[in-house]
Write a protein that binds this ligand. Sequence first.
Ligand code: OSB
Ligand code: MG
Length: 330
Amino acid sequence: MTIREYHLYRYAIPVDSQLILRNRFLKRREGLLVQIKCKENEGWGEIAPLPEYSTETLEQAQQQATQWLKDWDAARSRNEKLAFDGLYPSVAFGLSCALAEMKGALQAEGNYQAAPLCYGDPDELYEPLDQMQGEKVAKIKVGMYEANRDGMIADMLLEAIPDLHLRLDANRSWTPAKAAMFAKYVKPEHRPRIQFLEEPCKTREESRRFAAETGINIAWDESVREPDFDVIAEPHVSAIVIKPTLIGSLEKCVSLIEKAQSFGMKAVISSSLESSFGLTQLARIARQYTPDVTPGLDTLDLMEYQVVRPWQGSDLPLIGLESEFVTQIF
Ligand SMILES: O=C(O)CCC(=O)c1ccccc1C(=O)O
Ligand SMILES: [Mg+2]
């Protein structure tokens, strides 16, 4: 018997991503599941580059992961370690999760209390918010319709639910004038219950100015993935959003989290539309490293199936490794 073993599986499941990826159509979500074993220990990870967001394609990720696994096996047989340097973010994340799981470094329990996500119809939020225990926090995608409508909806929800906190995500879609229009409709006394508004404007400078002028806290999401980004303490920047599939290894994510926390900022673990498999690992990472922050993982319902590991409380059908949607590569 060999000491080490590794396997790679590829999944492709039907998805309706129109809402979240705006005008980008994605009919199938595809990704890889990696399994590594060392004696009696095993660990798994998901490698799922997100089209339009990741720089790498699935083919490139698969090729790189395959080579890394070979090199890792060889390195381990010389009792050496192999780093994740230079790997694509999705590959580094998936492989580092598999290793962490194998070493027992990733705790089993997760935080499955994700912030309910709303794409425009605020009525959809009342029921999930009613079910929520602890902190009541929801996330609304803004910037798709009129800015004044977004402002009215946010203000109305904050008025109607006095213990509600909101997260909003504009994905850099507003000009300073549109962002100001949004703010005009949110009463100043409601603004402190906006935990953050992700990237209101096209540039960080415009977003900073918006925050200073309105007193509405903002968060960096797209910026975190830009090469010149560094976590620094800034007025009105209350959080950074971390999408590990787009960031890199677990170690890299943890160092960003710790830096944000050292400045009193929230680090929000968030989805890149991983399968239920990847989402459960993100829920575990969230619970372990950001215990006081509700993660942004409410994206499972865009999919028609769950893959291998079920998300707590989801009724979606679960498919296994033997299903027609999964192929073993090696
Ligand atoms: O962050 C969340 O709460 C949900 C995930 C999400 O919004 C998202 C998911 C995939 C790609 C981009 C985005 C985004 O933040 O715009
Ligand atoms: Mg965002």
